[in-house]
Design a protein around this ligand. Structure first.
Ligand code: M6R
Length: 602
């Protein structure tokens, strides 16, 4: 969940290059940050210089750090040890000549730490990560024979230390003797970037875009030795050299910038009409191929977490209603009882923006071990879930940085609509619907709609609860809308299947409680209005999102009817409401408390 950025090159401003890389990565973890630099060689004994702080990176600078051509840094999302300056990364060994940054959890750190303390090592932080610096220090004593073999000894020491760690970890180390960064990964993502006379390491390829588009994604148990002159990849278990599998990043640096928008989330909400038009115009060849695979599979399970999970739920309705194909969906953490029971030939469809969500990767690995085919629809091409899959489709949302997922949801839903129609051998209808959704999204973002949602947000900013109801596809919309509202505005919002209200949730609807009602023009329209009436009769304040007004609505938000693609403009309404509620309440929509963009730990 942490952000990692490392630089080695000719430029003496390495600390600033790293800080800028971290700023681009802050969405991955933002409770503290730190940068370490090997200062340009001075006379006498040299140590690594670190600046690290609890809190968001914001407008931090590192101008007080010495110049250097080798530096790395980290944004933290705390697991072991509170959010303090000392617990922030990088961590140093006893000599101050070795530094580590780490993403993951060292499960056996207590045993390792006890052993190191017995050997005389002094620990200053409460983290599991600090153990790694001391472990490398210990191994380095064994491996260094002369100054000439400092570099090979250092990479050997990192390799040995990495192999001592239990759990899923990505580590990078530097030291003052070897002019290189040594990285290793198991589980947590790491990508190396190839420059010209300079090279990079990052936890997320988007941070590399201003520098290079040529990358190699480290696989589990791979190590990288990154120096100014080149990047060497090894098997961390055997030491065997591996040829880099270079890939070209397709995004541009500009796409990953906020531009004139105050927050990434708002920019990403406004990206949607253009993005949807592009998806509608895409070649449908791959969708056709995947549709054939789905049609012939005896069972399909669609899996995703959070917002991607609600997209998976939508797919189960779309595939059933459009293609008459029975499809299960699940969140990966609830999949364990079912996964081993899938019949031969089944397909697991993994949905993920980041392509790095640990819970999902575990399910996919287990499915693969059972011989189940894996189809990944991910936004980050080249990510772990992309590389693990037998069949792939990029969802085409472009870089998404706001922790609250917006355009990745509508992009994947658009792809699923295309796929559902391709399964029926009628991809043209799918394209027409997605093109209409693009227009409806534009309508949903026009100034008068924005003003209306700003006003509603102002009126609702102090409420404690919001209910959101819908049926069928609109139930997925309700769940996703409630997630958006709660995760950034911190108002308790609950998505309820409209038909389930009187089985419990209705007890909580009292005078003035806001209830958002998705009444789409489908088979559930009338019954949803009847459910809205039940809420109104208990005093609920009904906010109707629909293609036409109705007397039950106290507030009416119009959206265009675009068939099953109406889920797209409907969700945009909730994205905007969540955003403006958050602004009204004085919070940062891009970086909600306790969350991070990419959940790479269990
Ligand atoms: O990268 P993924 O799509 O796999 O991420 C899944 C969830 O962690 C993610 O959708 C999360 O729920 C978002 N914060 C929702 O806005």
């Amino acid at each position: 969940m942490c952000g990692i950025f490392g630089y080695i090159g000719k430029q003496k401003t390495a600390p600033t290059i790293v800080l800028d890389g971290l700023k681009a990565l802050e969405y991955r973890g933002y409770d503290s940050w730190g940068v370490a630099v090997v200062p340009v060689q001075q006379s006498g004994k040299q140590t690594i210089v670190v600046k690290k702080k609890a809190g968001k990176i914001g407008n931090a600078t590192v101008t007080e750090l010495p110049s250097g051509t080798l530096a790395f840094g980290h944004t933290r999302w705390a697991t072991h040890g509170g959010v303090t300056d000392i617990n922030a990364h990088p961590h140093l060994d006893c000599t101050g000549t070795i530094a580590v940054i780490h993403n993951g959890i060292v499960e056996n750190y207590e045993t390792l730490k006890a052993g190191l303390i017995k050997k005389g090592h002094r620990f200053v932080s409460e983290t599991d990560s600090e153990v790694i610096a001391h472990l490398v220090e210990e191994y380095l004593k064994r491996f260094t024979v002369s100054a000439r073999d400092a570099a090979p000894a250092f990479s050997k020491a990192v390799q040995a230390a990495f192999n001592d760690l239990d759990g899923l970890n990505a580590i990078i180390l530097i030291n003052t003797q070897a002019d290189e960064m040594v990285a290793a990964r198991n589980g947590s993502p790491l990508v190396v970037g190839f420059g010209n006379g300079e090279n990079f390491l990052a936890s997320d390829p988007a941070a590399l875009l201003p520098h290079t588009k040529q990358v190699h994604y480290l696989e589990d148990n791979e190590m990288a030795v990154v120096s100014r002159g080149g990047i060497h990849i090894f098997d961390a278990k055997t030491g065997r050299r591996i040829r880099p599998r270079k890939q070209q990043l397709t995004w541009t640096a500009k796409e990953a910038e906020k531009g004139t928008f105050p927050y990434f989330m708002l920019k990403e909400i406004f990206d949607q009409p253009g993005m949807l038009s592009e998806i509608a115009a895409e070649s449908t060849q791959q969708a056709m191929l995947l549709a054939h695979e789905l049609n012939t599979a005896p069972r399909i399970y669609i899996v995703g977490s959070g917002t991607s999970g609600y997209a998976a739920r939508s797919a189960s309705y779309l595939f059933a209603t459009v293609a008459q194909k029975l499809t299960n969906w699940s969140s990966p953490t609830e999949m364990h009882h079912h996964i081993d029971l899938l019949p031969p030939g089944s397909i697991i469809v993994a949905l993920s923006q980041s392509g790095e969500t640990m819970d999902l990767m575990e399910v996919v690995k287990r499915a693969k071990n059972n011989g189940t085919k894996v189809m990944s629809l991910v936004n980050v091409v080249g990510s772990s879930l992309w590389r693990m899959a037998d069949l792939t489709l990029p969802i085409g949302a472009g870089p998404e940085k706001g922790v609250a997922s917006t355009k990745a949801f509508t992009a994947v839903v658009a792809q699923l609509i295309l796929m559902a129609h391709a399964m029926k051998n009628d991809v043209k209808t799918g394209q027409r619907l997605v093109a209409s959704a693009a227009k409806a999204a534009k309508e949903a973002l026009k100034p008068e709609r924005i003003d209306q949602l700003k006003r509603i947000a102002h009126e609702l900013k102090a409420v404690e609860h919001i209910f959101v109801i819908g049926k069928g596809l609109s139930y997925s919309t309700a769940l996703e809308s409630a997630l958006k509202i709660k995760e950034i505005s911190y108002i308790h919002a609950e998505g309820v299947a409209a038909g389930e209200l009187k089985h419990g949730p209705l007890a909580l609807v009292t005078k003035g409680v806001p209830c958002i009602v998705y009444a789409a023009n489908d088979m559930h329209y009338q019954s949803t209005l009847a459910n809205a009436m039940e809420m109104k009769a208990r005093g609920g304040y009904i906010i109707g999102v629909s293609h036409k007004p109705d007397e039950v609505f106290d507030e009416y938000i119009p959206v265009s009817d675009v068939g099953e693609a109406t889920i797209i403009p409907n969700v945009i309404v909730a994205q905007l409401l969540a955003y403006y509620l958050t602004i009204e309440r004085g919070f940062d929509p891009d970086m909600p408390r306790n969350l991070a963009k990419s959940v790479t730990v269990k």
